[in-house]
Every structure is written in structure tokens, then in C-alpha cells.
Design a protein around this ligand. Structure first.
Ligand code: TYD
Ligand code: MG
Length: 458
């Protein structure tokens, strides 16, 4: 018999408690715990009470190899999107797409839907946020209304599964968004962790049994977490986030988790009047509008996955009137900045203790590579000394705590990209990859002091 069970669930991380409390011990969130009523029906009862009957079938691992060497994929037709997924949507896989409200998730997915429908695939776009009319209006504005994407405004998972089960299953199903979905199997309100999790579970089951690829849209909270459905992150095959700041018109699609492909590739788009346009050569975009003669800027030759990406690092170092000088970073790891500052002080003879330091990666890009250390150090020294760096130079290299400039991966690809974009010189670590491309003269450094001396001498 079904028994009503009272539980208290953290709406941020999904931790479950048997009584209410003000703060979640799992994620330290305040006021995130809400009461949820879950009916413990036969499915959720303990497995031990079920009669033990062998139901599953086992398969020998080696016997399966011939069947599925490479996961069957359907390309979306949008190159920057396919690059991030690893070559298209894997049949039966589920992707969670997170991003701030208004960043362009619905626009991207409408474009992907239309592109796939155009190539003859069945595509369903389920909107729980907008009415069918609104979705169609957007498609019209994007010039995509002529493609046979099936639209529905539904929020009940059982209804959705029933609708989609008519005819052959869609190649792609978009659920916009998972927070608006609800299932009859649990009694909590839509948007609660229990509902989001149960709805996602039902949709994942639908994907696995029918082979349709499902994309779940998830909203992101202020602190960058995919709200509520953090629990969903563990259930899906891939998690992608769509980023960019509202002040800039380009957007970056990044894979955070990917069972079937790479996690370090990014897709770059530009938001235009006609929707999202692919940016096949992002370096040119990120370097556009660069002020060549300004002190405090250095061009970093970075890598995003297999693609080289040049970006401008901007530093501003100014005498501080505060007892505790300010350190502000946009687009890079603040801890990494502290480390570079410490190395500059200890081994480069640069005193920054009485200065405010601001660091910015131009264009709203977020980089995570330690290879940016050398470019950051160069920008800082340049800002402090007031001497602009040569505008035709790129920088890359990791700094060790000893002040050593350490080699980084994929140096030849970085040098090649710099050459392609018209740069005349690269300041790099000594050693591996240094001779990779003779066409671009390199200034190979061994120690941070070499960099400081080089900038001082102009
Ligand atoms: P949307 O896809 O609705 O964002 P999300 O689903 O992530 O909440 O994008 C909305 C924003 O995109 C809105 O501010 C307007 C802008 N936009 C354009 O600039 N050009 C376009 O062609 C479209 C459709 C939207
Ligand atoms: Mg939307």
C-alpha cells in the first residue's frame, strides 16, 4: 500500500533530511530546504522486499564490440554545436544545456531543431515556458518557420511521452526547460528538486528506450550553478553551458561533462539580429578593437580543446589607497593571479604589495589554462612600468613557484595560429615545441626574471 512520506529536500543540491533545518549541511545553502511529499509507492519501495527473480539478461563484454564501435550520431548541421558535442547528438543520449536567462538557449536550440528538420529528421520542440505562438514567432523572426519542427507547449511529462510516442520516435527532442516539467508520479510542485529529478528520470528513460536524443534546458542561478537540477547533472550523458555576458554579443558553448565526446572544446557564436551566427575564426573576433599602443595588454596564445584561440589579457596596476589593496579578476582564476603576483614579487623583483591589481580577459571569455601565466605576468609588468609590449608579440607559458617558465602543450598549434593572424614574434618557454614552427621567431624564456628584464629593456 502506498504510504505518504514526509521529507525535506534541499532545492539547490537535492540533499534529503527528515526534518526541516535552516541550512543545508551538504551544500551550505541557507533557506534552501523545503518540505516535499513523496508517495512511497511500490516502485520506490526497498528493492529487498521484491521477490527475487532473475529478470535481467547479461551480455558478454567482448561479444558487443562488433555491434557498436562508434556511437551512432546525428549531426545538427551547426558546426560550432557539433564540435562541442563531439560530432553530433548520440542516439538515445540526454544533454543538459545550462545558461543564464536571456543568453540565447532557446534561440540556439530552435536553430539546431530547424537545421535537423531541414535535413529530414523528425524534431520535436517542447516549450514549457512559452506558448506555441511565441515559439513560432521566434522561428519566424529567425527565418526558420518553414522547416517542419513539431512544436508543443506542454509541461506534463506523461503527456509529452505519449505525444512523442505516436509515429516513429523523433531524432531530437528539446525540453525547454526542465524546471517547468512535472510528472504525475510525485506530488511535489513543479520546479522542486523532486519534480525536476523525477521528470528528468522519465525523459531519460524515454530517450534510452526510443533512441531519441533529448536536450534538457536548465536555468542557471546567480552563482553559476544549474539551479535545482544539479542533481540532474549526474543523470545525463552530457552537460553543456551557454555563456557570455549580456554586454557582449558573442556566446560560448562549453561542454562541462560529456560521456561521448570531448569536454575541452568550445563553440563560439555571435548574437545577431538574425539569431546566432557561427564564428569559425574566434581569434580574429577576440582581438578585434585591440588598442595596440596601450601598456598593460598582452596577447595570449591559448588553446580551447583542439583549437588555438588568441585573446587579449588586460591588466591595470595602480597605487592603492587601501590598507588591503584590491585584486579583481574577470575571466581568469583569482588564485592563479595571486600566484603570479607572488612569483613576480619573489623572483622578478616586482613590488605590487601597495598596488591595486585588476585583470580582465577581453571580450568576456573565461580561460582556465595555466599557460596564460606568462601573458598575465607580461601584462602586469607592462602596466606597472607604463611601457607597452610590442603589439606583434604573443605570449604563452606556465610559471612555476620557483620562477621557472615551464613548457606547455600544443606549442606548435599556438605558434601557427599567431602566424596566421599576422603576429611577428612569440614569447614562449624554452624547450619542447620551441622549434615547432620556424616561421615565427620565438623568444624562449627560462625564468620570470628574463621576462622582466626583456620588458624593461623595451
Ligand atoms: P533566448 O533564446 O530567448 O534566451 P534563453 O532561452 O537563454 O532565455 O534569447 C533571448 C535574447 O536573445 C533576447 O535578449 C533577444 C536576443 N535575440 C537576438 O538578439 N536576436 C535574435 O534573433 C533572437 C531570436 C534573440
Ligand atoms: Mg528560453
Amino acid at each position: 500500500m502506498a504510504k505518504i512520506q514526509q521529507t525535506f529536500v534541499c532545492q539547490s543540491c537535492g540533499a534529503v533530511y527528515n526534518r526541516w533545518r535552516g541550512r543545508c549541511e551538504a551544500c551550505n545553502g541557507w533557506n534552501t530546504i523545503q518540505e516535499e511529499v513523496a508517495s512511497a509507492g511500490p516502485q520506490s519501495g526497498p528493492a529487498a522486499t521484491r521477490p527475487s527473480r532473475a529478470r535481467g539478461r547479461v551480455f558478454p563484454l567482448e561479444g558487443l564490440t562488433g555491434e557498436a564501435k562508434e556511437a551512432p550520431r546525428t549531426a545538427s548541421g551547426i558546426n560550432e554545436l557539433d564540435r562541442v558535442t563531439g560530432g553530433g547528438f548520440v542516439r538515445g543520449s540526454v544533454i543538459l544545456l545550462g545558461g543564464d536567462p536571456g543568453i540565447g538557449k532557446s534561440t540556439l536550440l530552435m536553430q539546431a531543431s530547424a537545421a535537423m528538420a531541414k535535413s529530414g529528421e523528425r524534431v520535436a520542440y517542447i516549450s514549457g515556458e512559452e506558448a506555441v505562438g511565441q515559439v513560432r514567432l521566434r522561428a519566424e523572426r529567425l527565418g526558420l518557420a518553414k522547416y517542419p519542427v513539431e512544436l508543443a507547449a506542454q509541461t506534463n511529462v506523461e503527456d509529452i511521452v505519449e505525444t512523442l510516442s505516436q509515429g516513429h520516435p523523433p531524432a531530437l527532442t528539446i525540453i525547454d526547460s526542465i524546471q517547468t516539467m512535472w510528472t504525475e508520479t510525485v506530488e511535489s510542485a513543479p520546479g522542486t528538486v523532486t519534480q525536476v529529478r523525477s521528470s528528468a528520470q522519465a525523459l531519460i528513460r524515454f530517450a534510452k528506450t526510443t533512441g531519441t536524443a533529448v536536450i534538457l534546458v536548465g536555468h542557471v542561478t546567480k552563482d553559476g550553478q544549474i539551479a535545482g537540477p544539479r542533481v540532474v547533472e549526474h543523470m545525463v550523458d552530457a552537460v553543456a553551458s551557454f555563456e557570455g555576458d549580456q554586454g557582449h554579443h558573442f556566446r560560448i558553448l562549453r561542454a562541462v561533462k560529456n560521456r561521448f565526446g570531448p569536454t575541452d572544446e568550445i563553440g563560439v557564436f555571435e548574437m545577431t539580429d538574425a539569431g546566432l551566427a557561427e564564428v569559425p575564426n574566434p581569434s580574429a573576433l577576440f582581438l578585434a578593437g585591440r588598442d595596440h599602443a596601450a601598456p598593460g595588454t598582452a596577447v595570449f596564445a591559448g588553446m580551447e580543446g583542439t583549437r588555438p584561440l588568441l585573446v587579449e589579457i588586460q591588466a591595470l596596476v595602480a597605487p592603492s589607497s587601501l590598507g588591503m589593496p584590491r585584486r579583481a579578476v574577470v575571466g581568469w582564476d583569482p588564485n592563479r593571479l595571486s600566484m603570479v603576483l607572488a612569483v613576480l614579487e619573489a623572483h622578478g623583483g616586482i613590488r605590487l604589495g601597495g598596488h591595486d591589481v585588476y585583470l580582465n580577459v577581453a571580450g568576456g571569455l573565461r580561460i582556465s589554462e595555466p599557460a596564460a601565466d606568462l601573458a598575465v605576468a607580461a601584462a602586469l609588468v607592462s602596466s606597472l612600468s607604463g611601457a607597452a609590449l610590442p603589439s606583434d608579440s604573443v605570449f604563452f607559458g606556465e610559471l612555476g613557484l620557483s620562477g621557472a617558465v615551464r613548457p606547455v602543450s600544443q606549442a606548435p598549434a599556438r605558434l601557427k595560429e599567431a602566424l596566421k593572424l599576422g603576429f611577428g614574434k612569440a614569447v614562449t618557454p624554452q624547450g619542447r615545441g620551441e622549434a615547432g614552427d620556424r616561421a615565427l621567431p620565438t623568444d624562449a624564456l627560462r625564468h620570470i626574471a628574463d621576462l622582466v628584464a626583456g620588458i624593461a629593456s623595451g
